[in-house]
Design a protein around this ligand. Structure first.
Ligand code: PMP
Length: 418
């Protein structure tokens, strides 16, 4: 007998559950395109060389202790992280309007930011895109916010549900003519929080253009909507840290306030080290001081203080220009391999004469391709080809290589022609 005897079996996580099923499959040709973790051309996880070097330096440094970090984490890591995303010359940083706290990777940063807003911000509704990373609604709901959605992806175009010309029309006419993302953000209550993927939108790989970002920025600022950026892929999308940060920097440049959740899981390959940061760009330096004091009250009862190893690795790399450069080279190599897999997959489907327009594979960006395959086709590919992906048809491009790519192309071809 157990006092927990009545507990129901919970379902597997929709993303991590794909790996559970994959691990159980004995087939030698199986391919895991579910989880968003980088793999080399040999299909292996990768520890960046610059990370190995930094870890070696840390181990050899006898002055290092394992003391607790402060509640807000490693101060140097926080400074360097803010500089990385907002830019070294960011006026908000120079004016001391940015408060940064080290958190448990991207997820922890979102959660701490969510709890802070639930406690201290007047509006408790957060708008998240449809679709979005499956953890987003759960994180914010448990943090005490109410999650609502805004239209983002248009399956018909496999692009952004934005509607540029309608937007232009509306400036002269009426809100009545708006559609998609613009309509949904226009009709959000004043002051609502809006979650924005900084780059490499997960799961669709569809990002707004710079022009569209500018329109989103104007619309949001005109309605006092509070941006909460999720930056899980800086540098991973285009291969350039600065280019991937450009949308965020546009929002900082206008002097307005925002929240930023950063993760080093993908771009430094530090997945399991759980290293990330939450920054809040405030209207003035004295507000930033008070905000930081309240963030401490959120963090202390949650996990007291964050881990030491991960941010030490990151700070070692970011503070040293040579190591920083080496990082950017290794980061670009990861991004480039993914971009090349997009082209190869597109070419492979073209050469097979697979029906349909597959150009979205090369247009989309970041870790994932949102293939447009339906759940039935996904199930068919798992059953017949031992290819594993989430049921929404999202594939992790990083799981592809020259060896398994023809097998995937065969599977997609069979799924859409059956
Ligand atoms: N946001 C998005 C959009 C993500 O894709 C991920 C990782 N899958 C995260 C946040 C958080 O990842 P982590 O907690 O590992 O940094």
């Amino acid at each position: 007998a157990s006092v927990f005897a009545g507990i129901a079996q919970a379902p597997e996580d929709p993303i991590l559950g794909v790996t559970v099923a994959f691990n159980k499959d004995p087939s030698p040709v199986k391919v895991n395109l579910g989880v968003g973790a980088y793999r080399t051309e040999e299909g292996k996880p990768l520890v960046l060389n610059v990370v190995r070097c930094a870890e070696q330096m840390l181990i050899n440094d006898p002055s290092r202790y394992k003391e607790y970090l402060p509640i807000t984490g490693l101060a140097e890591f926080n400074k360097l992280s803010a500089k990385l995303i907002f830019g070294a010359d960011s006026p908000a940083i120079q004016e001391n309007r940015v408060v940064t706290v080290q958190c448990l990777s991207g997820t922890g940063s979102l959660r701490v930011g969510g709890e802070f807003l639930a406690k201290h911000y007047h509006e408790h509704t957060i708008y998240i895109p449809t679709p979005t990373w499956g953890n987003h609604p759960k994180i914010f709901t448990l943090a005490g916010l109410t999650a609502r959605t805004y239209r983002y992806y248009d399956p018909a175009t496999r692009g952004l549900d934005f509607n540029d010309c309608v937007m232009a029309l509306s400036l002269i006419q009426d809100l009545f003519f708006l559609t998609g993302l613009v309509e949904d953000l226009s009709s959000a209550p004043l002051g609502s929080i809006v979650l924005l993927h900084a780059c490499a939108h997960n799961p669709t790989g569809v990002d707004p253009t710079v022009d569209q970002w500018e329109k989103i920025r104007q619309l949001m600022r005109s309605k006092s909507l509070l941006p909460f950026f999720d930056s899980a892929y800086q540098g991973f999308a285009s291969g350039s840290l600065d280019k991937d940060a450009q949308p965020v920097r546009m929002f900082v440049a206008d002097g307005g306030e925002l929240l930023m959740a950063q993760s080093y899981a993908k771009n430094m390959g530090l997945y399991g080290e759980r290293v990330g940061a939450l920054s809040i760009v405030c209207g003035s330096a004295d507000v930033a001081v008070r905000v930081e004091s309240q963030l401490k009250l959120v963090i202390r009862p949650m996990y007291s203080s964050p881990p030491l190893h991960g941010p030490s690795v990151v700070a070692t790399i970011l503070r040293d220009s040579e190591m920083f450069n080496e990082w950017t080279v290794e980061l670009k190599a990861m991004a480039d391999r993914i971009i090349s897999m997009r082209q190869q997959l597109f070419d492979a489907l073209k050469s097979r004469g697979t029906p349909g327009d597959w150009s979205h594979i090369i247009k989309q960006i970041g870790m994932f391709t949102f293939t447009g395959l339906n759940s039935e086709q996904v199930a068919f590919m798992r059953q017949e080809y031992h290819i594993y992906m989430t049921s929404d048809g999202r594939i992790s491009m990083a799981g592809l290589n020259m060896k398994n790519l023809p097998h995937l192309a065969d599977a997609i071809h069979a799924a859409v022609t059956k």
